[in-house]
Write a protein of this length. Structure first.
Length: 70
């Protein structure tokens, strides 16, 4: 439960463009194509933002989780 709250707080700290892609793909489990349609982005752009969002989230989580987030 604590970890879930920590992850949620870190997701909330992400820039909007990263947060929305991460939520649609990883939390709501929407396809890349559906995410692209919803956000009016290209598929490659969604993939790039998702990758950057995951890296940014990892950076935010690392101080709290130690080596497990690396």
């Amino acid at each position: 439960r604590d970890t879930k709250n920590l992850v949620r707080r870190c997701i909330d700290q992400l820039p909007e463009s990263y947060r929305i892609v991460l939520l649609l793909r990883d939390i709501e489990e929407r396809s890349t194509e559906e995410t692209a349609d919803l956000l009016q982005l290209s598929v490659p752009n969604v993939k790039t933002r998702l990758h950057r969002a995951r890296l940014a989230l990892r950076e935010l989580l690392a101080p709290h989780l130690g080596d497990a987030a690396s």
